[in-house]
Structures are given as C-alpha cells and as structure tokens.
Design a protein around this ligand. Structure first.
Ligand code: Q9C
Ligand code: ZN
Length: 578
C-alpha cells in the first residue's frame, strides 16, 4: 500500500525524512544535478514565491514515511502551465504503479490549478539518437509509459537539438494536454518554451540559442507525435480535488449517547449532525476512521484522580439519570473526595456539565477522535478536522465544566508536542481556560485565546490579559479578551494580533480550538460574526501554512453552525492552496 502526498515544509519529522530521501534519490540517479540545486530544494518548497516558478514536491510513501518515489514539479501560474522537473523511483522500488500514480497526481495538480498543459523532457526514443541498444530499449519503454498516461513529444522544432548541458542525449519536449482535447497553439508553446529554457538552462544555454529554439516553433497548432506504442489511451478521471489535498475529517459517531434532554441545555447531539450535513454537500473532506488511544495520553495532561473520579462516578449513575454537582468546596484544607456522587463538586467549576455514564463515554470518544487527528498530522496531513462533542476547552488539569469534561484539544496538542512546537489558538467565544491551565508553565506549547471579556462573560475567573504564563511558561499564554458587542472586523484584528505572536513563536503545528459561538445570534454568545467573517478568519490562518488540526468546541445555533464551520474550513483550505 502506498499513498501520495504533497510535501511543502520541512517542519514535521516525517517531512524532513521525506525530503532527505528525495535528495538521496536525486544524488544516486541524476548525476547532472548540482549539489547546490539539490540542497536548495527545501528552501524552494518552503518559499516558492522567491523563485521564478513555484516548486511542488509530491512523494509516494508507505504510511511510515519511507519514500518509494517522487515527482518534483514546477507551476507557472502566470503562463498557466506545469513543468515536471524530475520523476523518479527509489532504487528499491520496482514499479508497482508508483510512477504512474505520481505522474497522475501531477496531472491532477495541473488541472486543479486550471492549467491546460503539462510539459517535461524525456529522452529521445529514436534509433538515430540511440546508438546503444539498451538505452534505446529503455527510452522506448519510458516513451510508451508516457504515451499511456497522455503525453507525446513535440515535433518539428529544434527543441531536441543536442545542447551542451545534455551533449550525449537528445531530449524531446513532451506535451500533455491533460485530456482537455485542446491543440497546442503556437504562442502558448513559445511562451512556455522560453520560460522553461531560461530557467532550466540558465547557466548553459546562450540567450541567442534559446531564441533560436523558441522561434523554431512555426506550426500552429504545434504538432505532437502520433501515438506510436499504443492504439488508444484511457483518459484519466480527474477528481474535483486531489485526494491528499482534502481536509481529513474525523467524527465521533458515538457522541449522541451523551444527550442532556433539557430544552435549555445547548450542547446537543444535533450540533454535530447539522455541521456534518453541510460538509457532506462538498468534496472538500475525506473521512478518517477513529482509532483508539490509551489513557496515557489523557493522563499526560489531566490529574489521574480527576479522570478516575469522572469515570467511576459516571459509571455509578443510573441510566438516563444525570448528576449535577451542588457543593463546590473552596480548595483550602479540604479532604480528598471519595469516589461518590455527592463529592462531584470537588472537580467541577459550574453547574453546566452533568455527570452521567454517557458523558464519560462520549468524552472519551472525543479524545480518541482528536488524537486520531493528531496522528494524521504527525504522518503528514495538512488539515485535519475533529468534529467532536462534548467540547473540551473548559476542562483543566483537574476540573471540568462549561459542557466540557476532558480537554481533547489539549490532549491532542500535548501528543503533537513530542514532534515539534505546538501552538493552540482558541477561537471559541469563551476563554479556553482548560488549555491555559494545562500548559501554563510550559514554553513548548503556546496557548492563545480570543474570547469575550471574562469580566462580564463565562468563565469569569480567567481569560484576563494579565495571565501570561508562569515559570518557563511566562510569555507563552496570550489572552485577547474583546468587548461583548464586537463584529467580524474587530475580531479579525484580534486574529491578526494572535498571528503576530504565532509568527514569533514559529510553531511546527497549529491546533485550532474552533468555537462557533462567536456567530451572530448564538444563544450563548453576543458577538456578531457572519458567514463571510468565518471565511476571512480561515483564509488568514490558512495562509500561515502550518499543518493544522482543528478541534470542534462550542457553537449552538444549529441553523448556521454547518455553514459557518464550512466557511471557516474552506477559508483555511483556500488560504493555503490558492
Ligand atoms: N445560561 C463552550 O462553549 N454558560 N462552553 C451557560 C447558561 C456556559 C460554554 C449559560 C457556557 C459554556 C464549550
Ligand atoms: Zn464557548
């Protein structure tokens, strides 16, 4: 089994590993590529605008990151074509469809960028250019492969005239119409060829020769060689969005067992289905199955006694019954709670989070979903959305509240902190007191929260801007409280401030606690964000290009939840890919 994915950054270990292997393959197989060029690949990927083409790297690997092959591809968005620089398999890969899959992924990328043409060079398969039988044979085999995939040599030009840089070989310019059925008109071809030659043979081809080749394109449309190895070709079926570009989606399908059947309890199962209904109208998502993770990930951020208490007492509650804590001790010289329902107030901060067996089971599942998302990020995904409930961001090291029991966001962030620097950006209307508390003394996980002023809003006792972290964590917690009646533009300004801090911190991974209770008319909020504000927020954050895990938190107006979630997520996506 293999998968293909785009590697854009060397932030996470799996990507650094991929790029190392790609460089190794190039060193082994392309002795004409200079070491400087090989070494600048990561910089080209990370900073594509600095160079005249945009470089994209697609790797084919097993899920553990062992590279079977790669395609290095340049996009020329202004002229609207793609150029395939290199496509190669690792020495231990024996075909198996890897080459074709990589090539097709490049075709899909071109189509999704709106290009009509893909160009590349391939060695001549003509006898006159190949005195050596073996080379002739392998060049013919390669040409057959490309013919099957949709590319053919450009004929009747000087392009394949031997040049200094490839003195021993004649290379055809290959053109792939990406199944558009269009002819290659002369001016498109000339512009493309000029751009390709200037870039590819910058150091070895005099401008005069470049122009000679460009001007040798006289046929209009340019002639492509007729099929010589096959009679007919199966056109490629293009997906609306290449699979690895989709946002991966994990849903806690068992969440609905946690159902507080009271009309004024806002945190209802329908929240998830209303979001899902909107997402399902698009092709933007790929579902991932939820995996199970051990309790050790929970116990890494939560107090063991708290977790045990929650689990044990939850299991004691009779079916359909709920326990709402009623006595809340001030934790000064009090005894440890026994695991009995009447002691529930010890770990609880308010009356909004009834304990019952299903609350535990559902919260546990939300944790698994968030961790599944974190592990997808770890293995190279760009965007993963964990659509979960109950929410988690009000649950701290040893307390629960605000509809939250276990802090899935914090648990996922801690998991990811083993692989790099993590930043959590909490966009819920309410302060993310849970992860603030959990990471308050740490400098490897930055916590930022944009929320309504706690002087007048839940959770009242935290979320002030003076709370900046302690010890090593001093300066690694940022609260951006806002007034009760703000709208989208004011909120966007706060996001810009958060981004400034993110840019200083330079996380390897971003975790977004996505509360949608910032929307206009949300029953638990007072802000006035509209659908376009969610799109703008997403876009701004997507442009940062961090691998991003989004975990669902609050948001209670089911008439707009789905639209706003989709707006935010597609904003993220387009900020990154467009
Ligand atoms: N009259 C989250 O959004 N306030 N929690 C309830 C009821 C509690 C919100 C007021 C708000 C908790 C995850
Ligand atoms: Zn909230």
């Amino acid at each position: 089994m293999f998968r293909i994915r785009r590697v854009q950054d060397a932030l996470l270990p799996i990507n650094r590993f991929a790029i190392d292997q790609v460089q190794q393959i190039i060193r082994e197989q392309f002795d004409d590529m200079s070491d400087a060029k090989i070494r600048e690949i990561p910089e080209k990927l990370h900073n594509p605008m600095k160079f005249d083409f945009m470089t994209l790297l697609f790797v084919c690997d097993d899920r553990k990151g062992r590279v079977k092959g790669f395609a290095l591809f340049s996009a020329e968005p202004t002229l609207g074509f793609g150029f395939l620089d290199l496509i190669a398999l690792s020495n231990s890969t024996k075909g198996g469809g890897v080459g074709a899959a990589l090539y097709q992924r490049v075709q899909e990328e071109c189509v999704s960028l709106g290009f009509n043409w893909l160009f590349f060079e391939s060695m001549s398969d003509l006898e006159q250019d190949n005195p050596d039988r073996e080379t002739l044979k392998s060049n013919r085999k390669r040409m057959r492969f490309y013919e099957q995939l949709g590319a053919r040599p450009v004929m009747n030009t000087l392009y394949q005239r031997p040049r200094k840089a490839n003195a021993n070989n004649a290379y055809f310019l290959m053109a792939d119409d990406l199944d558009s059925g269009l002819g290659l008109d002369k001016s498109t071809a000339k512009n493309a060829v000029q751009a390709i030659l200037r870039r590819k043979y910058k150091k070895t081809l005099a401008e005069k020769l470049t122009l000679e080749i460009v001007n040798s394109f006289t046929d209009d449309p340019v002639q492509l060689r007729a099929l010589t190895y096959i009679k007919q070709r199966q056109p490629h079926v293009y997906p609306s969005i290449p699979r690895d570009k989709k946002i991966q989606l994990i849903v806690t399908d068992g969440h609905a067992i946690h159902h507080i059947k009271s009309l004024d309890y806002a945190e209802q199962p329908v929240r998830v289905s209303s979001i899902l209904e909107e997402l399902d109208k698009t092709d933007l998502f790929e579902r991932l199955a939820r995996k199970h993770f051990s309790d050790k990930h929970i116990l890494a951020v939560h107090d063991r006694r708290f977790v045990n208490y929650f689990k044990e007492v939850a299991m004691k509650i009779e079916h359909e019954n709920s326990l709402i804590p009623d006595v809340f001790p001030i934790r000064k010289n009090v005894n440890q709670p026994r695991n009995v329902p009447s002691h529930a107030g010890y770990y609880c901060i308010d009356i909004y989070s009834p304990i019952n067996r299903n609350a535990y089971l559902a919260a546990r599942e939300a944790v698994d979903a968030a961790l599944t998302g974190a592990s997808a990020i770890e293995s190279g995904s760009q965007f993963v959305y964990a659509l979960v409930r109950p929410p988690g961001h009000h649950a701290s090291y040893d307390s629960f509240g605000g509809y939250c029991y276990l802090n899935s966001t914090a648990i996922a962030a801690h998991y990811l902190s083993h692989y790099g620097r993590v930043a959590i950006l909490d966009l819920d209307y309410h302060h993310g007191n849970g992860q603030q508390d959990i990471f308050y003394r740490r400098d490897d996980v930055l916590t930022i929260s944009i929320h309504a002023d706690p002087a007048v809003e839940y959770p009242y006792f935290s979320g002030y801007k003076e709370e900046i972290g302690e010890g090593a964590g001093k300066g690694y917690n940022l609260n951006l409280p806002l007034k009760r009646d703000i709208d989208g533009p004011t909120h966007l300004d706060a996001i810009r401030q958060a981004i400034k801090r993110l840019n200083q911190f330079k996380p390897d991974v971003l975790v977004i606690a996505l509360g949608l209770d910032t929307a206009q008319n949300d029953p638990s909020g007072s802000w006035k964000l509209l659908i376009d504000d969610f799109t703008n927020n997403g876009q701004l954050l997507g442009k940062l290009r961090y691998p991003t895990l989004i975990v669902q938190e609050g948001g209670y107006d089911c008439s707009v939840l789905g639209k706003n979630a989709l707006a935010f997520l597609s904003g993220l996506w387009s900020g990154y890919y467009r």
